[in-house]
Design a protein around this ligand. Structure first.
Ligand SMILES: [Zn+2]
Ligand SMILES: [Zn+2]
Length: 385
């Protein structure tokens, strides 16, 4: 039985989905209980970088606490120097911009863990024309400030540092402009000591309209772990509810996100009721998994009512909301989207807490079944459950 204590500590350098370049996907992660120190920090995505962190720390100088050695607050440069590796879901610029810009300036070699295709894409950037050749497959290369490290594809866990390991699964993130499937990654991050995990999505489109639905594989892998081993899911919701399917461009809106959560709830229901058959379906209403399932032969129809509370104890962190460029909404776009997701989750009675990520937030000691206070620093973000 896994320890249910706190396991992860995260700082949000950026959590927007563009186009505002000041707040792009970038998170610092370490194990709870460990110090901010050499090799303890993982750069999860790298859209925004050290510039955004400097700005955040001007208004919150003790975001990382005080450096035990110097007696002064940590600086952004110190924190970045402690980073041993990046973990990147895909190579879109809003996820790698900071990594590229700071490649020659941060001192010390860092690994880039990513899927093989993502590394191939990064090789195009670091080919000595778009940007100097500062990344290599060989640690020994004199100019290799970054070293490519392809992730295993066999669902095995790879140690990122002494505390945290990762398992990667592919998901579909729409089509390229030439019509081929574009994949991103989803990561199960595991605290090696407590065995607690978090699930972190890169950009992802709804399975219900995908030409290559793969998110269901992630839900099947996650279901047996929820909520005792896995209670925190970080997932994108780029658009508001009024965004039509033909303009999603490989992303989720609240309706589709909640359909995906229903698909997860169904997988948990199947685990709890020992129903192995893939033909379990939802018997009433809705779109997404319901629509797909109706096409299959109905063996064990499951009502939506049966899924009530199936995500109790789970916190869903909403991120990657697209900037409200035209100023259409009065409040922050992330809060608008979060409210739409929360209303749909409550309507379906799934039980998950919905938390909207904000730039500069430090989420301490999460992945614990003790939900409150998950986020001691930002009480307004405590899940409304
Ligand atoms: Zn993105
Ligand atoms: Zn993307």
């Amino acid at each position: 039985m896994a320890d249910q204590g706190p396991s992860f500590d995260m700082v949000v350098i950026g959590c927007g989905g563009g186009p505002f370049e000041t707040n792009l996907s970038a998170y610092l992660v370490k194990a709870s209980g460990s110090n901010w120190e050499k090799d303890s920090v993982i750069g999860l995505e790298a859209g925004s970088g050290i510039g955004a962190l400097e700005t955040i720390m001007k208004s919150d100088p003790e975001l990382f606490g005080v450096n035990g050695e110097t007696g002064k607050p940590y600086t952004a440069a110190q924190i970045f120097s402690y980073m041993k590796c990046y973990l990147i879901t895909h190579s879109h610029l809003d996820h790698v911009n900071g990594l590229v810009l700071s490649a020659g300036s941060m001192g010390g070699q860092k690994l880039i863990h990513a899927r093989k295709q993502t590394i191939k894409d990064l090789e195009v950037i670091f080919a000595d024309r778009l940007w100097p050749k500062l990344a290599s497959h060989k640690k020994e290369d004199a100019n290799a400030m970054l070293v490519y490290s392809p992730l295993p594809t066999d669902r095995g866990y790879l140690n990122l540092n002494r505390d945290i390991s990762v398992c990667s699964m592919p998901v579909t993130h729409g089509l390229t402009k030439t019509g081929s499937v574009y994949e991103s990654a989803t990561y199960f991050l595991r605290n090696n000591a407590t065995e607690q995990e978090v699930l972190f999505f890169g950009d992802v489109e709804p399975d219900s309209i995908s030409s290559k639905p793969q998110t269901i594989n992630v839900w099947k892998a996650a279901a047996p772990k929820i909520p005792h081993t896995l209670a925190s899911i970080f997932i994108e919701c780029s658009w508001t509810s009024d965004r039509p399917d033909n303009l999603l461009f490989g992303h989720l809106n609240p309706m589709h996100l909640v359909d995906e959560l229903v698909a997860l709830a169904l997988e948990i229901y199947k685990v709890k009721n020992d129903l192995q058959s893939a033909s379990v379906v939802i018997a009433e209403g809705g779109t997404g998994p319901d629509t797909r399932a109706r096409k299959k032969k109905k063996f064990n129809p499951v009502s939506l009512e049966s899924l009530r509370g199936m995500l109790d104890g789970v916190t869903v962190y909403i991120m990657h909301c697209k900037s409200d460029v035209g100023g259409k909404y009065d409040g922050p776009i992330s809060q608008v989207i979060g409210a739409e997701v929360r209303a749909l989750v409550e309507k379906k009675g799934l039980g998950a807490g919905i938390v909207v990520l904000e730039q500069g937030t430090r989420i301490r000691e999460f992945c614990s079944l003790t939900l409150i206070p998950h986020i001691a620093d930002v009480p307004f973000l405590v899940p409304e459950i």
